[in-house]
Design a protein around this ligand. Structure first.
Ligand SMILES: O=C(O)CCC(=O)C(=O)O
Length: 264
């Protein structure tokens, strides 16, 4: 079985992930890749129309896309970014892709989400189950529906819906993450987090490269969702990351793995 080796992430990034649960890699990917990702996601939103995102979940006041590895070879680069994967490995140990989705908070919309942990999961005895890498396709600002996080909450042992009277309200310890388009926001996905309202006249677009510990079910079961063509073109590293040669877990073969933190 292919094992992936990554360079060690910077110590300060590891420390910030451990203590605060998130780290921003500012201006991390090239503007030519940014331009290609924006045009490809817009092409797919146009093509899929009202069905966009329906393979997973649709969300009011946003446009979503799901199962993106299937939809363009460009997205294989996204799920394999070495710096992101090194940090994901720091969080999870052995891991695989859980899903690659896109989310765009609509202009002038109530796109705010309740504080949640991805998948609605708490860590188990072995540690974290899930990590997420948010690829900023637009600047993330306090006005346009950026990501809010509650630093340290990944260590609270509680889900926000069990600890808070209302998960939509501002949290006294929350931070609104600011980042330029071309940045990556890596989170331990047990951190309490959410997208916010977009009060501007432009969409706020992002890709969510979501990973799970290798013993956990994928949110979108890649063996079933990818076409024969996509699977046959995947090189050994991508096959490993997508778990194409693994024995399916019970939840994956039964199709009961498709969970979000807050969308029904
Ligand atoms: O796009 C964002 O700002 C975060 C979205 C999020 O947390 C989610 O959809 O689970």
């Amino acid at each position: 079985m292919t094992k992936i080796q990554f360079p060690q992430p910077r110590i300060e990034h590891q420390l910030q992930l451990d203590t605060e649960g998130f780290v921003v890699l500012h201006d991390w990917f090239h503007e030519s890749l940014l331009a290609s990702l924006v045009s490809e996601t817009e092409r797919l939103w146009e093509l899929e129309g009202e069905q966009a995102g329906a393979e997973f979940k649709q969300e009011p006041d946003t446009r979503r896309l799901a199962n993106l590895v299937e939809k363009s070879p460009l997205f294989s680069q996204v799920v394999q970014h070495p710096d992101a994967l090194a940090l994901v490995q720091h969080i999870l140990g052995e891991f695989k892709l859980s899903s690659l989705n896109a989310r765009s908070a609509n202009p002038h919309s109530a796109s705010a989400q309740p504080l949640h942990c991805d998948g609605g999961f708490l860590p188990d005895k072995q540690g974290p189950l899930v990590a997420n890498v948010v690829w900023c396709l637009d600047d993330f600002t306090s006005q346009n529906g950026t990501l809010r996080v509650v630093p340290g909450s990944h260590r609270s042992g509680q889900l926000p819906q069990d600890a808070l009277a209302c998960c939509l309200q501002d949290h006294p310890d929350q931070i609104l993450v600011s980042a330029k388009a071309g940045s990556l926001i890596v989170i331990n996905a047990h951190i309490w987090h959410s997208g916010m309202n977009n009060n501007t006249n432009k969409p706020r677009r992002a890709l969510h490269a979501y990973y799970c510990r290798r013993d956990q079910p994928q949110q979108q079961f890649q063996q079933e969702l990818l076409s024969l063509e996509t699977k046959s073109e995947a090189d050994p590293m991508l096959r490993y990351l997508l778990a194409l040669d693994d024995v399916p877990l019970h939840a994956e073969s039964k199709g009961i793995n498709s969970v979000s933190g807050f969308l029904n």
